[in-house]
Design a protein. Structure first.
Length: 234
C-alpha cells in the first residue's frame, strides 16, 4: 500500500502509518493532539510516553461503576467508618506500648462489606476498586489518562473552550492537617464547590465560566489526577 506523503484531504479516511507520521502530516506535536482510545496500554500509555499526547480513555464499564457508586453509597460509608474505627485503635499507641489491640472483628467486618460491594459489580467485581483500595487499572488510568468517560460522545456536554482540571487531592501527610476546613465551613461553602447548596455542573446550577480554573462536577466526563498541572484549554 505504501506510505501516503501528499496533503491531507478533507473528510478522507486514512489508515496505517505511525504517530510520528500523524504529527508530521498535521504539523502538530505533543499536547496539540487529544488521542481517544479504549486500551490503557496500546492506546493511552504508548501515546503518552512516546509523543506526549493528551489522552482520553473510553471505559464503557464506567456507567455501571457510577450506578453502583450512587445506589450503594451506604456500603462505601460503612467501609469508611470501619477504616476510621481501625485507625482509632492505634491512635494513642507508640513504640513504647506493649499492648496489641484486637482488630480481628473490624477486619472481618471490612472483608464482609468489601465482599458485598464486589458482588454489586458482578462476578468480576469492580474495575476500579477493591474495597477502599484502587485496582492496578485504576492507578494506571490516573497516571496516564488525562480524561476518561464511558463514551467520547460525552464531549457534547462541554464547550470547545472548556478547561478540564482534576479535583484537588490531598497527599497522605496533608490529610492529617485540619487547617482551612473551619474557614470553609464559616463561609458557608467548601473547597471544590460553587455557591452553597449548588454544585457546579448540577442541573439548574451555573456552569463553570469558560477558561476558568475551577473543575466541573458533572460526572459524564472526568479528569484523572495524573500529577500534572495543565493550564491549557481543552
Amino acid at each position: 500500500m505504501g506510505t501516503y506523503t501528499g496533503p491531507l484531504q478533507h473528510c478522507a479516511v486514512y489508515s496505517g502509518g505511525s504517530s510520528d507520521l500523524v504529527c508530521d502530516l498535521l504539523g502538530v506535536k505533543g499536547k496539540d493532539i487529544l488521542y481517544v482510545g479504549d486500551h490503557i496500554f496500546g492506546d493511552i500509555l504508548k501515546s503518552k510516553k512516546r509523543q506526549g499526547w493528551r489522552t482520553f480513555l473510553v471505559v464503557p464499564e464506567l456507567a455501571r461503576e457510577l450506578q453502583v457508586w450512587t445506589e450503594k453509597s451506604e456500603l462505601f460509608e460503612e467501609l469508611r467508618r470501619l477504616d476510621l474505627l481501625l485507625a482509632e485503635l492505634y491512635q494513642d499507641l507508640d513504640s513504647s506500648s506493649s499492648e496489641r489491640p484486637d482488630i480481628s472483628s473490624i477486619k472481618h467486618q471490612i472483608q464482609k462489606v468489601t465482599r458485598e460491594m464486589d458482588l454489586c459489580y458482578g462476578k468480576m467485581g469492580s474495575l476500579f476498586r477493591c474495597g477502599s483500595r484502587q485496582t492496578l487499572f485504576a492507578s494506571q488510568l490516573m497516571r496516564y489518562a488525562d480524561l476518561y468517560a464511558a463514551s467520547f460522545i460525552n464531549f457534547l456536554y462541554y464547550p470547545f473552550s472548556y478547561l478540564f482540571r482534576a479535583a484537588p487531592a490531598l497527599m497522605p501527610h496533608e490529610s492529617t492537617v485540619e487547617h482551612g476546613r473551619l474557614d470553609a465551613a464559616e463561609a458557608g461553602t467548601a473547597p471544590g464547590l460553587g455557591r452553597p447548596g449548588r454544585q457546579v455542573g448540577d442541573e439548574g446550577a451555573e456552569p463553570a465560566p469558560r477558561g476558568s480554573r475551577g473543575h466541573r462536577a458533572n460526572p459524564v466526563l472526568l479528569q484523572a489526577s495524573n500529577g500534572k498541572e495543565d493550564e491549557d484549554e481543552a
